[in-house]
Every structure is written in C-alpha cells, then in structure tokens.
Design a protein around this ligand. Structure first.
Ligand code: ATP
Ligand code: MG
Length: 253
C-alpha cells in the first residue's frame, strides 16, 4: 500500500493515516542523542517502543488522560489522531540526572524535594533550549491556560507512571512529554502526543540502580537492546514470539 510520507524524524516516520485526521507513526530502530550528534541503531527498538508506548498511553487513557493514541496496527506502526504539536517539550523530573544535574552542579541520582516541571522549546536548530513560561507565552507557542493544563496533566502523568513503574521495580527518574492540539469544530483540546518509551524516559532499576533507558546508548554502557526488552518484559508487553520477533525491519508485518 502506498501512503504519503508526511515527516521523517529521528526516531519515527509519520505517514498519512487511512482516515482524515489520522496519522500512522512508524517506529524506527534509529537512535540519536545529543541533538543528533551521536547516531546509531538499536536492533528491535522500534518494535519495543511501539508496544511500550501503546501500553503506557492506553493506561493513561484508562485513567482519563486524553492522548492521541487510537490503536496499534502492527509490529512497528500505530494509528494516532493527527494533532498540531505544541512546540514545547514538557519535562518532569523526580531525581537529578542528565542536563539538569550538570546545569545545577548536583550529583546524578540526587532526589528532588518535589517533582519539577521544565519547558524546552522544540527547535533542533537551537538545540531545544530551556525556556520560561514568559518566553512561551510571548512568542505565542502556548497560552497561559495551555501551560496550566499541560503542567497539571504532566504531574498527573508523573504520579500515575511513577506508581506503575515502581510496581515493575523501576524508578521513573524523569521523562519528556509532547502535547498536541485537537480541533473539534470550534473547540480545541490538548492531548498527549508523540510517544512515551525508554527513549523519552529515564528508568533506573530500583534494586541495582542500573540504567534501563536511552542513557545506555548515550553513555555507551552496552546492553541497550536488552534494557529495552527488559522494560517491555516487566510491563508485560514483550511481543508474543519473544526476541525472535524483534530482529529488525525484515520482520515487519
Ligand atoms: N499525533 C501527532 N500528530 C502530528 N505530529 C505528531 C504526532 N505525534 C507526534 N508527532 C510529531 O511527529 C514527529 C515524530 O518523529 P520523531 O520523534 O522521530 O521526531 P524527532 O526527530 O524527535 O523530531 P522533533 O524534533 O520534530 O520532535 C515529532 O516531530 C512529533 O512532534
Ligand atoms: Mg521525537
């Protein structure tokens, strides 16, 4: 079937969906870090992220958090509602790590007294800079009402996912969300979009502190595929046939 390719990003390809107002997200094995400075592939990552994101977005839907997710189509693709992406990445942090630890000179793994929400402007050219609410509202990327809503939803997502992951022996250190605008007649709703996966979350094993996310790739820790598989296994969403399913694009349905 020929479908129109709408956009190719670093981790996914977007195709025109079968019905108006829908798009298909195709999850690739490509991995990038440090805004594309480092590239590579993680075999089977696309298959696992497709499953993991399906699972997490569905559970969020179950508790009344609206998302773009409609249904998974096959091993590497899911059908989602087409939205107008708010050009702001919302990051929630429970523990200092990565750029946050560096920026404030605190040690990786320092627990934060409460969850911290940060905003980053989505711009590869500018390296996704940290921005304030003032910047966001003056440039018109989102209104103060949008920011309130995104902040509240992000904190609800944090509470829900922190609990869900703790149940699997994983600590949700931080994660990134994207929101999109969905228009219904004159009304606009904000919904969670993009993906939630070990590409967009930091997950540390509760017992060993082992990194179970894209930091394994960023820091050349090895065992990247295995970590993504382990997260999927703990969530109970490993593809039926197990690891033989996740060799790469040749097994696409
Ligand atoms: N429901 C949706 N409707 C429209 N666009 C979406 C939707 N969900 C996610 N997107 C966008 O699709 C792209 C997904 O591709 P990918 O994650 O590979 O991008 P990326 O390389 O991270 O680039 P970007 O900097 O644009 O996020 C992102 O730009 C994301 O914002
Ligand atoms: Mg992305």
């Amino acid at each position: 079937m020929r479908r129109r390719r709408l956009y190719e990003g670093k981790g996914k390809v977007l195709f025109e969906g079968p019905e108006p107002g829908t798009v298909v997200q195709y999850f690739k094995d490509d991995a990038t870090a440090f805004n594309g400075e480092k590239t590579g592939t993680i075999t089977g990552k696309g298959v696992l992220n497709n499953r993991i994101s399906e699972f997490l977005l569905s559970r969020l839907n179950d508790v009344g958090i609206p998302t773009h997710f409609i249904r998974r189509l096959n091993m590497r693709e899911q059908l989602v509602r087409e939205v107008e992406i708010v050009p702001v990445e919302v990051v929630v942090r429970n523990v200092a790590a990565g750029s946050f630890a560096k920026r404030f000179g605190v040690e990786d793994g320092t627990p934060l007294p409460r969850a911290i929400v940060e905003w980053y402007y989505k711009s590869d050219a500018l390296n996704d800079p940290l921005v304030t609410e003032e910047h966001i509202t003056s440039f018109g990327w989102a209104t103060p009402q949008d920011l309130d809503e995104m902040m509240q939803v992000a904190l609800r997502v944090n509470d829900f996912l922190s609990g869900l992951f703790i149940g699997c022996g994983l600590r949700l250190v931080d994660f990134k969300l994207e929101f999109g605008r969905l228009w219904e007649d004159e009304d606009m709703r904000l919904v969670l979009a993009d993906e939630i996966s070990p590409d967009s979350c930091r997950l540390w094993d509760v017992e060993s502190g082992e990194r179970m996310d894209k930091d394994r790739f960023r820091k050349d820790l090895g065992g990247v595929e295995e970590a993504y598989q382990e997260v999927a296994r703990r969530l109970g969403v490993l593809p039926e046939a197990g690891p033989t399913d996740i060799q790469g694009p040749t097994v696409m349905q």
